[in-house]
Ligand binder design. Structure first.
Ligand SMILES: Cc1cc2nc3c(=O)[nH]c(=O)nc-3n(C[C@H](O)[C@H](O)[C@H](O)COP(=O)(O)OP(=O)(O)OC[C@H]3O[C@@H](n4cnc5c(N)ncnc54)[C@H](O)[C@@H]3O)c2cc1C
Length: 386
């Protein structure tokens, strides 16, 4: 079998890998992207038509500088690709004043001086007839929040990567990769060929437990469900001009989230539960959404959203790949200087996609980045893995 070579190979061109391929190729690197499935497919973690983006980040104020950069890069990606990637419909974080969704978002907003508004229950009901908060519940409104379209984003990055000279091979799963001794780069094997390169970026999403087994990061893959409902009384009040994205926290700490009704096949308003998935692997995930699951979700949204569930339209599964502290893993591989890793996006990675691409290109080409990524060091699990 012939061996071909590149400067950088990207293993997995889903959300993060397509961003890395784009940034690497734009900087002049000879890039080879190897992907198990087709372009912008529905088997991993980057599908379903919409992803929330926001900046007043309750997961931690340390993420804010990355979110500000991601915002700029999404705008640039929209301009360069000519595709509509983002819908800036605003965002509401709802719950008790001391809930993580509200208090955490407020803390990040205040720490970074991000524009936001606090609304009480009466004001929420007045502005958004689609929402029925209980007395005492409040919301943080962020006008710059909204949604991004995952399949469009991945497609835009793949197109721009290819236009900058990247070679992208689909339906060609990597069966093995190895770092060559003495810092001589990497060798990557697929059923169709063997490839060498100076550097390898491994961004395998839910396949990370297998592709990055030696990394020592305890990862859990979870089955998640997205549901689409057609609101009673029509989608008018659910149009993106009137309805922001929302994350709504219950007193038990669980969160539901949802989107305005978007165009596209089936339309409808999408809702889902944040976290609380069932453990699976990409091989064992149950892709069927069962009637009991749909009933449970319908009951939950019905208690909060007066015009939902309405009519059930469809549902789809997706996977989270979660670390114990729910922070990402982005770094040079601790044991192989010629390998950079990106995994464990823990159900909240998509809004960061273009900035992760920029960081991966920095790490692959220079070994370092100016972005603050200390939080994502895989070494933080060294004791847990022992
Ligand atoms: C239901 C759901 C809702 C979400 N909502 C949000 C949200 O609102 N906001 C947000 O910011 N984030 C959200 N996320 C999280 C976000 O979508 C993920 O963090 C992100 O998509 C992960 O990207 P990735 O590149 O790691 O994985 P993927 O996009 O799945 O890419 C990994 C790629 O690697 C490929 N691959 C794997 N093994 C191999 C191999 N051996 N050879 C070649 N290729 C291989 C896969 O086929 C895949 O294409 C959500 C996720 C889900 C599932």
């Amino acid at each position: 079998m012939a061996t071909e070579s590149a400067d950088v190979i990207v293993l997995g061109v889903g959300g993060m890998g397509s961003a890395a391929a784009h940034h690497l190729a734009a900087r002049g690197a000879r890039v080879l992207g190897l992907e198990k499935f087709g372009p912008a497919h529905h088997e991993g973690s980057s599908h379903g038509g919409s992803r929330i983006f926001r900046q007043a980040y309750f997961e931690g104020a340390a993420y804010v500088p990355l979110l500000l950069r991601a915002h700029e890069l999404y705008e640039r990606l929209e301009r360069d690709s000519g595709r509509e990637l983002a819908v800036r419909c605003g965002g509401l974080m709802l719950g008790a004043p001391d809930s993580q969704a509200v208090a955490g978002s407020r803390q990040a907003a205040e720490e970074w001086d991000l524009p936001h508004e606090m609304l009480d229950a009466e004001e929420i009901r007045r502005r958004y007839p689609t929402l029925a908060p209980r007395d005492g519940e409040v919301a943080l409104f962020e006008a710059r929040a909204g949604l991004v379209r995952p399949e469009e984003t991945v497609s835009a990055q793949l197109e721009l990567a290819a236009a900058a000279g990247a070679e992208l091979r689909f339906n060609e799963p990597v069966t093995r990769w190895e770092a060559l001794p003495g810092g001589r780069g990497v060798r990557v094997t697929t059923a169709r060929g063997s490839y060498t390169a100076g550097h390898l970026v491994v961004s395998p999403g839910a396949w990370a437990p297998r592709q990055l087994a030696g990394l020592g990061v305890p990862l859990t893959v979870e089955r998640q469900i997205m549901y689409w409902f057609e609101p009673t009384g029509g989608t008018e009040p659910w149009a993106p001009e009137r309805q922001p994205i929302y994350i709504w926290e219950d007193p038990d700490g669980s969160q539901i989230y949802g989107f305005p009704a978007l165009d596209g096949p089936g339309g409808g308003a999408k809702v889902a539960l944040f976290r609380q998935g069932t453990v699976c692997t990409p091989e064992t995930i149950d892709r069927t959404v069962h009637p009991a699951e749909i009933e449970e979700m319908a009951a939950r949204v019905g208690a909060r959203l007066p015009t939902l569930p309405g009519r059930f339209l469809r549902a789809a599964t997706c996977m989270y790949t979660t670390t114990p502290d729910e922070n990402f893993v982005i770094a040079r591989h601790p044991e192989h200087a010629s390998v950079t890793v990106a995994c464990g996006f823990s159900g909240h990675g998509f809004k960061f996609v273009p900035v992760v691409g920029e960081i991966l290109a920095d790490l692959a080409l220079t070994g370092t980045t100016a972005h603050p990524i200390g939080l994502f060091d895989p070494g933080r699990f060294a004791d847990a893995g022992a």
